[in-house]
Write a protein that binds this ligand. Structure first.
Ligand code: ZN
Ligand code: ZN
Length: 365
């Protein structure tokens, strides 16, 4: 179960300290748990590898014995740091001071400080702005769903450096934020007294160094304003005025999580159909004779033309139901098309019609 720390950082066994730092810096940027598409497991793994490989003595031991060396017992002081180097324990806790005088505090609390996860008045993770826009789609697209592409000009990740802010193949230099310490001390006032804690420097992610030359496209910010094409998958059956939220597609922010993009969907009205839940409703005008005798009518549906059989003797406002021609819903079912019948009575009768209807009247119709 020996872990390949070189592999984790993506460097070879002969990698220099500088290469190891840069490799970790890149991975830390990529996987930092504060980022929406971050990966805490991978971040921890990279951190663990970096803790070992950045320390000459530990690296030497690791090269000799593999990743289990810290458990070999009594190994030249490697056990000093709180039980091995697995995961979080790779951080140096010697910087934590306990202002409360021998009081214990919850390590999880401190971890949440590391990753900006906690509420309670702690520094929040940086998050880009949420933005919103609206688009209009046709009635049929709202019923069946559609993919639409839009162009939005917003703060996005820099494509040149992929958000790292570093110029390709640059050297590292001391981080000014933490003065090369990789961590920042902060004092927190609590009812039990002041607790000073240490958190990872968010400029260098604990490396203590930052790339010497910054990416020229984004001036080291990792983000910049640019036009971005965004594909929106509009689900079948969406209603007029509904919002689609696209997580992380809002404005990006340097060393933080991108905000969300909200898209309001405006559905254009249809000349024939109205929506009623998962059913579509339309009106159909029948001639009096067709209402009396029954017939077949060609009608337009959203799925194309169909022939509807009108049974004889239908009455006004009667509703015909065409199964499965309505709005798609969950489990691939569809609502129905409801055809509301209206009987168009003639305004004026020809002489012949009048005579025929007089006959009908005699028949008792
Ligand atoms: Zn850049
Ligand atoms: Zn720093």
């Amino acid at each position: 179960m020996s872990k390949d720390y070189y592999n984790i950082l993506g460097v070879n066994k002969e990698a220099s300290k500088d290469e190891i730092k840069k490799a970790f810096y890149k991975l830390a940027q990529k996987y930092h748990p504060d980022k929406k598409d971050g990966n805490e497991t991978k971040f921890k793994e990279a951190n663990e590898a970096y803790q070992i490989l950045s320390d000459e003595q530990k690296r030497q031991k690791y090269d000799q014995y593999g990743s289990g060396f810290e458990n070999m017992g009594g190994g030249a002081g490697y056990g000093q740091q709180q039980g091995g180097f697995g995961g979080f324990e790779g951080f140096d806790f010697s910087g934590f001071q306990n202002g409360g005088g021998g009081m214990e505090f919850d390590l999880n609390d401190i971890f949440s400080d590391f990753f900006g996860g906690g509420g309670g008045g702690r520094a929040q993770a940086r998050r880009g702005r949420d933005i919103s826009t609206e688009i209009q789609i046709s009635f049929a697209d709202a019923i069946f769903g559609v993919n639409r592409k839009i162009l939005i000009t917003k703060t996005s990740n820099c494509l040149t450096c992929k958000g790292s802010g570093a110029k390709a193949d640059t050297k590292m230099e001391r981080c000014k934020t933490c003065n090369g310490q990789g961590k920042l001390h902060e004092a927190k006032r609590t009812i039990l007294g002041t607790i000073s804690s240490t958190k990872i420097c968010d400029t260098c992610f604990g490396v203590g160094e930052v790339p010497k030359e910054t990416c020229s496209s984004c001036k080291g910010n990792g983000v910049l304003r640019r036009e971005e094409e965004i594909s929106i998958a509009i689900p079948a059956g969406i209603r007029n005025g509904e919002m689609i939220r696209m997580t992380g597609m809002g404005e990006a922010i340097s060393k933080g999580t991108a905000g969300d993009l909200y898209i309001k969907i405006n559905v254009a009205a249809h000349s024939l159909f109205k929506r009623d839940g998962s059913d579509l409703v339309m009106d159909l005008n029948l001639k009096l004779s067709d209402a009396l005798l029954g017939t077949t009518y060609p009608i337009e549906t959203l799925d194309g033309k169909i022939d509807v059989t009108i049974p004889e003797g239908v009455s006004i406002n009667e509703i015909l139901r065409v199964k499965g021609k309505g709005v798609p819903s969950a489990n691939s079912k569809r609502g129905d098309l409801l055809i509301k019948l209206n009987i168009k009575l003639p305004n004026k009768l020809s002489k012949k019609s009048r005579a025929l209807i007089e006959d009908l009247k005699k028949e008792g119709v």
